[in-house]
Design a protein around this ligand. Structure first.
Ligand code: ATP
Length: 242
């Protein structure tokens, strides 16, 4: 469904990604791991149009060359960020209703005002992430872990073809991270394709179908979590440092 070939990104002559060939299949939960500075966020930035790259990114066979982040989002490439920005003066449910419109804010506001804000969809997304109870809560009253889940819910509400998650477990405690993992697995099982970047190895090894490992901007391994866990290059480059 999503493929990169020869994907390379340089910042001021320094290579952040070199010739990365990676693919994510339909309905798969794919992890991208590697040490600090390996290029994981840069990879998401390139896919979603926030970093200039050489090589190709294709979504459903379509080359995204030259497309802006907005155009890529409309084609179904959604992302979350390392810090979750929510609309603090809207309820959790309204935050999610807004996202449904893929950046068409006037329509979203109109629906919220008239009370026809696709409540079935909002409740469906909230249920998937175990957040139904928080529908009418204000984001400021939630814990960091709960806010992260709302950020994921908001991205899911845009019904992406591929959802890229940048360190969703950062700042979460073990219990919250376990819950997040269960929710991500449920989302994948419901058909959402995801690319998960995170340093929480318990989470990544536990929930992903497939892993890619970056080191110094290059892919050094890929495989099922059980293989990656015992790959000597990965243990040396990354897992051994845990
Ligand atoms: P972390 O796990 O610490 O978030 P990462 O694997 O996501 O790291 P990136 O943030 O993608 O790594 O960074 C890859 C390399 O590119 C690093 O050497 C980083 O310093 C560099 N880099 C990233 N963004 C920029 C930028 N905007 N300008 C210059 N260099 C950058």
């Amino acid at each position: 469904m999503l493929q990169t070939s020869g994907l390379s990104v340089s910042y001021g002559g320094v290579a952040a990604l070199r010739d990365v060939d990676l693919d994510v299949g339909e309905g798969r939960l794919v992890g991208l791991i590697g040490p600090n500075g390996a290029g994981k966020t840069t990879f998401i930035d390139a896919l979603t149009g926030f970093a200039a790259y050489r090589g190709a990114v294709t979504l459903d066979g379509r080359d995204l060359r030259g497309m802006t982040p907005h155009e890529r989002f409309r084609l179904g490439l959604a992302r979350t960020w390392q810090t979750t920005e929510l609309f603090d003066d809207l309820t959790v449910g309204e935050n999610i209703a807004v996202a449904r419109h893929r950046l068409s804010l006037p329509n979203a506001v109109k629906e919220i005002i008239t009370g026809s804000s696709g409540s079935g969809m909002v409740d469906g997304v909230l249920d998937l992430l175990g957040l139904r109870w928080a529908r009418d809560a204000m984001p400021g009253d939630l814990s960091e872990g709960q806010r992260k889940l709302v950020g994921v819910a908001r991205a899911v509400a845009s019904q992406p073809r591929l959802l890229c998650l940048d360190e969703p477990a950062a700042g979460l405690d073990t219990h919250e991270s376990t819950q997040l993992g269960e929710r991500l697995r449920a989302l994948a099982d419901a058909g959402t394709s995801m690319l998960l970047v995170d340093h929480d190895m318990g989470l990544v090894l536990g929930v992903c179908d497939w892993l890619f490992v970056l080191e110094f901007g290059e892919l050094i391994a890929s495989g099922a979590p059980a293989e990656i866990r015992r790959d000597p290059r990965v243990v040396r480059a990354y897992l051994g440092l845990e």
